[in-house]
Design a protein around this ligand. Structure first.
Ligand SMILES: [Zn+2]
Length: 150
């Protein structure tokens, strides 16, 4: 899954704020728990703190009982990538945006193949919806396919 490829560029700073070793995979459970729990976020420099706060607000802020290990963070990240693409950013611009906003590194090539896979998945959904006579869903998938692959 694409969220599994996202890495924190400034993991050393986050480790210092947490007080223990953390993996650099951004959505690793250890990182999600550190950010929602014990990490001393105020001890970070302002730039990194803003990125961590934004990461929390955009991906970790949910009301599930087993949050942040409920799957929402990874799902929200997928939606975020698709929304950025539909706003008109290409894979390189999305990669740059993730670094600026969240301090997250994700290779443009990984983003590109994720977007291609998403289009294939949407095309499969579209065919099933078409066979089932679900016209609204056909229209919806058509719109997303167009916006992602333009
Ligand atoms: Zn959740």
């Amino acid at each position: 899954m694409i969220a599994g490829r996202a890495r924190f560029r400034y993991i050393k700073k986050l480790q210092r704020a947490a007080g223990y070793r953390l993996p650099d995979a951004a959505f690793h459970p250890a990182n999600l728990e550190a950010i929602t729990g014990s990490m001393n976020i105020d001890g970070l420099d302002p730039g990194t703190r803003d990125q961590v706060m934004r990461f929390f607000k955009d991906f970790l802020d949910c009301k599930c009982r087993d949050s942040p290990l409920c799957g929402c963070p990874e799902r929200k990240f997928v939606v975020c990538l698709l929304e950025l693409r539909e706003l008109g950013l290409n894979h390189k611009e999305i990669s740059r945006h993730l670094i600026d906003e969240y301090g997250i590194e994700l290779f443009p090539a990984d983003i590109l193949s994720f977007l291609e896979d998403s289009v294939h998945l949407l095309e499969a959904v579209r065919s099933v919806a078409d066979l089932a006579g679900e016209e609204e869903l056909v229209k919806k998938t058509d719109r997303h396919i167009r916006e992602i692959s333009r």
